[in-house]
Design a protein around this ligand. Structure first.
Ligand SMILES: [Zn+2]
Length: 406
């Protein structure tokens, strides 16, 4: 029977290897720990105007090094994720390097439409990803309204929206003694993403209405371009300006929210606060009036999808809470916090034709390029001969690149 003989030299080599492994492991844990602590500090203290976290500024060279290590790690991870995503097809199946043909910005197509699609009226898609068939133009002048910024050609909407604006205008004038409405952006003739401003307003169910009362004269086209709206919000951003705000504004917004097909009214948080304070015991309409950024010159009306319109994507109902408690407090706190611009500023990628419902492409006559034929990720690995040398294999020519979109 053979018995293993212990070799003292072998034991020494094993011990040394174990020691080295332990040192490497400790260093790794330390680096990871420092990286995490920088990330935690960033979360807690935020960033300074120069894009550095306050915690980073306070730490010395050592933490800078570990911070850059953590950043490098995050970068590498993001790069790997991006590479993995580019290898995946629409269904997440790894197929080709460029199976998705490029798609042009949708605003380039919808922004140049001058007339509605002459078919039955239909809102297609969601408020932020969609288009409008059979749009109707709000007349630029009515008995109780005037459309503004006519050069933009955005006084279009689903017929229900046009009806709504006309009814609200005549109701506030006759019942609430409001002089009449100045109507801002509604939708483009075929809806869709706009060439400037607005993430929504795409399916003909959104309208901006100025908080400035209509003047007692018909404005000229030039005046409709140059007259500016008045902000009703004070410089502190959490209260209204009493010199501009009037009790009639409360009545106007209450009336605007009162119709059953209204899904939401968006206003500046300071306006919501003023409404909460003025509402008294009749508060049910307040749940539809929601705070949102940038609504200090105008309010934004959003109608629900017309009943039975399957192509239209509604948003969830607002619920019964009047929104004057916790939600409003959160908004007012946010308004007091100074916004530090991102360095460099983040540019959002425009919505492409491929991101809209397919019907929207048909509406504007855009023909998407055919899907590119699958392109293998790289040449197949050469087969190995039993002697380890690579066998000569033929490499297939790459498939032609996808046809560029017009
Ligand atoms: Zn709006």
């Amino acid at each position: 029977m053979n018995q293993a003989v212990r070799d003292p030299a072998l034991d020494q080599r094993k011990k040394r290897r174990l020691l080295l492994a332990a040192i490497a492991c400790f260093a790794g844990v330390l680096c990871l720990g420092l990286g995490l602590s920088v990330a935690d500090a960033k979360k807690q203290y935020g960033k300074t105007a120069h894009g550095k976290s306050t915690a980073e500024n306070a730490k010395g060279k050592k933490s800078k090094k570990s911070g850059s290590l953590a950043r490098a790690k995050a970068k590498a991870l993001a790069k790997a994720k991006l590479a993995a995503r580019s290898r995946k097809g629409r269904n997440g199946v790894a197929t080709t390097a460029s199976a998705e043909p490029p798609s042009p910005p949708a605003r380039d197509y919808f922004g140049k439409q001058t007339a509605a699609a002459p078919i039955a009226a239909r809102s297609i898609g969601s408020y932020v990803r969609g288009c409008l068939a059979g749009g109707q133009m709000l007349p630029v002048n009515g008995p109780a309204w005037q459309a503004m910024r006519l050069s933009r050609n955005r006084n279009w909407g689903h017929p229900r929206l046009v009806d709504y604006v006309e009814k609200l205008a005549t109701d506030v004038q006759s019942k609430d003694k409001w002089p009449g409405l100045l109507v801002g952006d509604m939708a483009q003739p075929m809806g869709g993403p706009m060439t400037s401003g607005h993430a929504s307003h795409q399916i003909g169910l959104d309208a901006d209405i100025w908080l400035k009362p209509m003047p007692p004269k018909t404005l000229t086209p030039e005046e409709r371009e140059s007259i500016s709206a008045d902000s009703v919000v004070a410089a502190d951003q959490v209260s209204i300006n009493p010199e501009i705000w009037q009790p009639g504004h409360v009545q106007l917004l209450k009336r605007a929210a009162s119709y059953p097909d209204v899904a939401r009214i968006f206003v500046h948080p300071a306006i919501k606060k003023a409404l909460c304070e003025a509402a008294g015991t009749d508060r049910h309409w307040l749940s539809k009036v929601r705070p949102w950024w940038g609504h200090n010159y105008h309010f934004h009306v959003r109608l629900s999808c017309p009943p039975g319109m399957e192509t239209c994507e509604d948003q969830a109902a607002p619920g019964s809470d009047d929104g004057c408690g916790k939600e409003l407090a959160g908004w007012l706190k946010r308004m007091k916090t100074p916004i530090i611009p991102k360095d460099p500023p983040v540019q959002k990628a425009p919505i492409t034709m491929a991101q809209l419902p397919a019907e929207c492409s048909k509406l504007v006559g855009y023909v998407p390029p055919p899907p590119a034929s699958p392109v293998p990720m790289g040449p197949p690995l050469p087969e190995r001969k039993p002697d380890g040398k690579a066998a000569v294999t033929s490499v297939s020519a790459p498939a032609p690149a996808a046809k560029p979109a017009p």
